[in-house]
Design a protein around this ligand. Sequence first.
Ligand code: AMP
Ligand code: ZN
Length: 675
Amino acid sequence: MYKSLLKMPEKIQQRIEDLRAELHQYNYDYYILDAAPISDFEFDLKLKELQELEKMHPEFYDANSPTLRVGGEITKNFPTIQHQFRMYSLDNSYDFDDLEDWEKRLIKTIDEPVEFVAELKYDGASISILYENGKLKQAVTRGDGFQGDEITANVKTISDIPLTLKGDFPSPFFMRGEIYLTRKNFDNINVRREEEGLDLFMNPRNTASGSLKMQDSGEVSKRKLSAVLYQFISAETPAETHWELLQNSRKWGFKVSDQAKLCKNLDEIKDFINYWDEHRHKLPFEIDGIVLKVNSIKQQSQLGFTAKSPRWAMAYKFKAEKVETELVTVTYQVGRTGAITPVANLKPVLLAGTIVKRASLHNEDIIKKLGLHEHDFVYVEKGGEIIPKIVGINEDKRKPDSQEIQYITHCPECGTELVRTEDQAIHFCPNDLHCPPQVVGRMIHYVSRKALNIEGLGAETIEQLYREKLVENPADFYTLTKEQILPLERMAEKSAQNIIDGVENSKQIPFEKVLFGIGIKHVGETVAKKLAKNFDTIDDLKNATAEDLIQVDDIGGKIAESIVNFFNDSENILMIERLKSYGVHLEKGESTSEVLSTVLENKTFLFTGKLSLFTREAAEEMVEKHGGKNISAVSKNLNYLVVGEKAGSKLKKAQDIGTIEILDEQEFLDLVNQH
Ligand code: AMP
Ligand code: ZN
C-alpha cells in the first residue's frame, strides 16, 4: 500500500487536509458546544487513518494537526520564554468590606458608572497561549509572571483548547486561561494509580500543574485536562469591553466560562458571590473564589497596574469551611510500598457538601505538632485538598485524663518494627517480601499496564487469590489453573479464561517491561529501559557490581545499591529463576520494528536543534525503518547531521570534523524518499 499511495501525493494531501478539517470541527462541536455529531468510534477511525497517513507522509506535517491531541512528543527541557505582556497576580479580598473599599478606590479614578464582569476563579494552572493567523503557536506557563516555561506540545493535547480558530479572529494575540482537572477525571487518575500501586495525588490543582510539566505529551493527553479561557490580550484591543471580548472569543472557538456574568453594581456582585459560595460544591470542578473585572477596556487602562496586580481586577477568596467534631480513634494504614499513613477516624460531620468520617494525619510530626490527644474535639477543614485536614484542636473540651496519641512502633499488618526515613517524617515497614499489603502491592505492580499488562487481573482479584493462598509472588501467576480461579467470588468462566490468557500473553512482553514489573525499589520505567539497553540478560544485571551499574547514564548510588540488594535476596533469585522457566522474557529479544526500505543502510544519523517538520522520535524511527542507525554524539563515525533551528555546538563540531554531511530537515526527507 505504501508504494501505490506514494504515486498520488496530491490525493493523499487532500485526504489528510479533509480529515484534519473534519476532526477540528468535531472537536469544536464536542468540547466547546457539547454536541456529538459523530460517534466516538467513527471519530477514532478517522483519527487513526489520519495518524497513519501522517506517519507515512511526514512531508505534509502540520504543527496543528488534530493528531497532536494524542501527544507523543517528548520534551526534555522546557525552554524559558519572556512574556510579551506580563502575567500579573490578582489582589485578594476576603469579605464585602474589602470589596466596598475597592469600589471606593475605583470611583476616585473614574467618574462615570463602572460595570463589572464576575467570573469563577478556577483552581488550576494559568497559561498564556499565542495565536498567529488563527493557529495555536506557543503556550507558556505563568512562571514568575515575567517569564515562564514553553509547554506547547503538552497544551496541544488538551481538547478544550482550539488548535485552529474560526470566524474573523484578529492576529496575533494572546489568550489566557486556566488549565484544570475536573473532580471526576482527578478521581479516575487516582483510581488508576491505586490499581498500579502508585502513590495517590493530593488535589486536582497540583495534579493539573504537575501534568503540564510531564516530558511525554502522550502521558499528558491521558490525564484528560480541561481548560477555560478568560482573558484576551493584544497590543490593540478589538472591542470596548471585556464582556464583548469574551463573547467574541467564544465565536472564534474558545471555551469561555458559561458562568461569567455582567454585573451593574456591587449588589449584583454580592449576589453572584453568595450564590457560588453556596453552590460551588455542585460544580464538576473546583473553584477557590470569584474574580471581578472592570468591564470597560478604557476604564481598565485608566486604572492601570500596581507593582503586582491590575487595579481593575480583584479576587474574592471563599473561606475554607471549617467544622468541629470528635476524634474517635487513630488507625494506621500500610500502603503497597510499605509507607504508613496515620488516619484520624472522626465522628461523622457534614463539611462542604459531603459527610466526613476520616482525615489524613500524614505523619508523626504532624500529630505531634497538633498535640493530638485521645477523643479530642478537632477542627476539620477542606481546603484545596480532597481529603479533609485537621487544622486545630478545641482544647477547652479536652478531658483532663486524656492521653496524648502515641505513634505505633510496629507494623499493624505484620508486626515488624517500623523504620523512619531520615529525610522525611514517614515511617515504613521494612518487611517488603512478607508484609501482606506489600506482597499484594508487588503483584499488582507486576500486572499493571506499563509492566506485564495482564488484563483481567485487577487489584481485587489479586487480593482474593492472595487470601486463598494461591499466589504470593508474580511467579505464582504462571502456575494458576482455571479450576483454582473459578471458585473465587464473582468469577465466571469467561473472566477466568481471560486471566489464563492474559498470563500466557505476558510471556511476549519485552525485557525492559519485565524489569520494571519485578519491582526493584527505585527502578521505574525509565531506569528499567536504561538497564535493558545496557544489560542483555537478567543474569548480566545480577552479576553487575554497584560500580558497573553507576557507569550507566542516570543511575546513581541509591538505585545501584537497591539493584544489588535485590539480587542478594534468595527469594528474589528463586522468583527470577521460576519466571525464566515459564518463558517470561528475561533477556533482550530481537528488534521487531518493521522495515520499509534499506536506503539508509550502513549510514549513521544524529538530529540536533529544534525540528519543525517532524519530532525527533519520528525522525529516529524513520532512520531505523529505512535501515539506518541513530547515534548519540558527533564523531568521525557520524555520516549525517540533520539540523533544525538554533543548532549549536554539535553543528560546529561536525563542521570541524569536516567529513560529516550536514542536512536540513527537507534534505533528510528527500534522502529517505529517494527511491
Ligand atoms: P492568585 O494566584 O491567588 O494571585 O490568583 C491569580 C490567579 O487566578 C491567576 O494567575 C489565574 O491563574 C487564576 N484565575 C482563575 N480564574 C481566573 C479568572 N476567571 N480570571 C483571572 N484569573 C483567574
Ligand atoms: Zn508490615
